[in-house]
Write a protein that binds this ligand. Structure first.
Ligand code: NAD
Length: 317
């Protein structure tokens, strides 16, 4: 991986972390940001070039991360793919499905890797659960609550936060969404800042997902129920508890065993970046393909449409 020439476009809050990971495991050439001071600061930190333009950057690299606002992902990824550069695009993949389909087809046509940064797939707890191969869950519930930050305001809380849990629901269950009911409200911005979705999958399984970007205390949790076991994931505490029928006993519940599982140490972004570079080298499948990124986006747009239907109903009533 050290031989791959890499760069990051957009080095705000998240892009700087991408650049740090590339510096550690590849030949980081440099960064580009429309804010030259920001680019210069990150380039100085990591000992790389602050490129004067996107075109100058693309001429020097094999693979990039795109961590600009969502509204610019399609334009930046189009330029990169046309220049023959592999792309890891931050989530949400794009603003709409037409952009997502366009990029998916373009990447296939030019034969370059196009991955989407659904980073919770790389969370040590989720990786551990996937490795155990428990099959499709019957019921999932998730809470993803964050304090307000003046970032990602080009998108609503569904595209900003809930999309992580929609993606995990689809990925863990291997199913398509069948029905979506949702409520949501704008609190601080002109878009939904809080939402709750009740989603049915083809198998009949159900996911109940809550997201907010206007709370005081952050929470990122998911509970996943199968026929005879239940997993509780605390993404922030990096903790995975597994409760299963049989074996030992949980006080007060006979015949039920509980364990806190040991998790791999490697952090999620490092895992995601290494996976992307492994895919560029043809050694592994990307953790989240453009197709899967499009499916998560479609689910998020479905929730948004359900929220709009709910709000119209309230107005009409
Ligand atoms: P940010 O505002 O901190 O950073 C965005 C940077 O992009 C800024 O420095 C800005 O100057 C730069 N920029 C804007 N347009 C540009 C362009 N056309 N070319 C080059 N640079 C440009 O935002 P952020 O919080 O770092 O979010 C960036 C992306 O990452 C968004 O798509 C967001 O949804 C995503 N994100 C993902 C996660 C996650 O959990 N995977 C978390 C946070 C943000």
């Amino acid at each position: 991986m050290k031989a791959l020439r890499t760069a990051v476009v957009g080095v705000g809050h998240l892009g700087r972390f991408h650049a740090q990971k590339y510096a550690a495991c590849s030949d980081l050439q440099g960064v580009f940001d429309q804010d030259p001071e920001r680019a210069a600061a990150v380039a100085a930190e990591l000992g790389c070039i602050a490129f004067p333009s996107l075109e100058a950057l693309l001429a020097q690299v094999d693979a990039i991360s795109i961590a600009t606002p969502t509204s610019t992902h399609c334009q930046v990824a189009t330029a990169a793919l046309n220049a023959g550069v592999h792309c890891l695009v931050e989530k949400p993949f794009t603003l709409d499905l037409a952009e997502a389909e366009y990029l998916e087809e373009l990447a296939a046509r030019v034969g370059k890797v196009l991955a989407v940064g659904h980073i919770e797939r790389a969370h040590p707890a989720i990786r551990t659960l996937r490795e155990r191969g428990f099959g499709a869950p019957r019921y999932l519930e998730a809470e993803r609550l964050a304090p307000f930050k003046p970032r990602s305001l080009d998108i609503d809380v569904i595209m900003d936060l809930m999309i992580h849990d929609l993606d995990l629901t689809l990925w863990l269950s291997g199913e398509a969404l069948q029905d979506i009911r949702a409520v949501g409200v704008a609190a601080v911005t002109d878009k939904a800042d809080m939402a709750n979705a009740w989603v049915t999958l083809d198998s009949g399984a159900v996911a109940n997902l809550a997201a907010s970007r206007v709370v005081r205390e952050p929470v990122r949790r998911m509970r996943i129920f199968w026929e005879d076991r239940y997993a509780s994931v605390d993404f922030m505490a990096r903790q995975l508890r597994l409760v299963e029928r049989g074996g030992g006993s949980v006080p007060g519940i006979p015949g039920v065993a509980e364990q806190v599982l040991e998790l791999p140490a490697e952090d999620a972004l490092e895992f995601e970046v290494r996976n992307f570079l492994g895919a560029v080298l043809g050694r592994e499948m990307v953790l989240c393909s453009a197709r899967e990124g499009r499916h998560a986006l479609a689910a998020a747009l479905g929730v948004r449409a359900a929220v709009e239907t709910f709000l119209q109903g309230k107005e009409a009533g």
